[in-house]
Design a protein around this ligand. Structure first.
Ligand SMILES: [Zn+2]
Length: 332
């Protein structure tokens, strides 16, 4: 069965595996990086497997076919009704900070000068910052779905928003230490729902002379009859998404995927991209952008890993290592 999926996957990879493939329907070109008309999906989910490019980064076999009817489909572009641009009631904590250094925003992390050097990330500090990293912690507290079925204790659940936010906070802590510039796209904790347009807008409007890079942090969901059911055990691992035809996005995604797999030992689901139902944040941001899907929260075994402090730290550290590598080498 696995071989069957692998064969399917290889087949489609061979069909669609070149990012140089023109988008099927030539259409008006949006402003920046990607040549694609506004598509439909955000987050990996809900992308028909036969429209997905799977790019192998490290030599590991992709498992069951690509992204699925993952809960993240809520973030589909087509689910955001044009008029309903959930403006996120207030424009909270100053996302407009012009060129500020790592002040980030929201979260109060009073850990400052006391811890001068970096305990957990061995990589060298960035010299002169090249980029501003727009960190998106995907999903709001009140967004429907995006949670695991109940655990056996009958009360515990995993909430994706909480995981995403925790990982991004851990990333920010490290970036501060390294003097890397970042922009915390959603510092407000009680923000409602997903409000993708607002997330993208904040990043797009953030003013800086440096090149911005958008990093959206998520956890994934595999197919299940409903959100109270677990997905199958063999659907697990980490994948990183980029906008099709975005050469820089693809290069960035490869660096993140490499570090994530090396650091966590999770199954490598490789790089993903699709023209069919592009992911909202990858599509609409006016900067190179990637989206990491860190494990499956509706895989009963894997979600237990995602609940562990140590695993979350590894995932955050992997992001930081990727960022430092890119700060050091540029986008090459
Ligand atoms: Zn998500």
């Amino acid at each position: 069965m696995k071989n069957f999926f692998k064969a399917i996957s290889d087949f489609f990879s061979s069909l669609f595996g070149k990012k140089t493939e023109p988008a099927p329907a030539p259409a008006p070109r949006p402003t920046t990086k990607n040549d694609r008309q506004p598509g439909e999906v955000e987050d990996s989910s809900d992308v028909p497997k036969d429209t997905v490019n799977t790019v192998t980064v490290i030599s590991v076999i992709p498992d069951a076919p690509g992204p699925f009817a993952d809960n993240d489909k809520d973030d589909a572009i087509d689910s955001v009704e044009p008029g309903t641009t959930t403006p996120g009631p207030s424009t909270p904590t100053t996302p407009t900070t012009p060129t500020t250094p790592p002040t980030g925003g929201g979260t109060t992390t009073p850990t400052t000068p006391s811890t001068p050097t970096t305990p957990s990330t061995p990589t060298t500090p960035a010299n002169t910052p090249r980029f501003v990293w727009c960190l998106d912690n995907g999903h709001g507290k009140l967004q429907a779905g995006k949670r695991s079925p109940l655990f056996d204790d009958g009360t515990t659940r995993f909430f994706e928003y909480e995981f995403n936010r925790d990982v991004v906070e851990r990333i920010i802590k490290q970036l501060k230490k390294h003097g890397v510039k970042y922009f915390d796209v959603v510092p407000d904790f009680n923000e409602v729902g997903s409000f993708l347009p607002e997330r993208v807008d904040r990043a797009n409007k953030h003013r800086t002379d440096l090149t911005k890079i958008y990093v959206s942090v998520h956890s994934n969901a595999g197919p299940a009859a409903n959100e109270n059911q677990w997905t199958t055990d063999n659907i697990k691992g980490i994948e990183t998404w980029y906008a099709q035809n975005s050469t820089r996005g693809k290069k960035l995604a490869a660096v993140f995927q490499k570090h994530l797999i090396l650091k966590t030992g999770f199954r490598n689901r490789n790089l993903k991209s699709t023209a069919e139902k592009p992911l909202y944040v990858l599509e609409k941001t006016t900067m190179p952008a990637i989206l990491t899907e860190n494990g499956f929260f509706n895989n009963k075994l894997e979600v237990k890993e995602l609940m562990k402090d140590s695993v979350r730290q590894k995932i955050a550290d992997a992001h930081v290592e990727a960022i430092l590598e890119i700060e050091k080498n540029g986008i090459v």
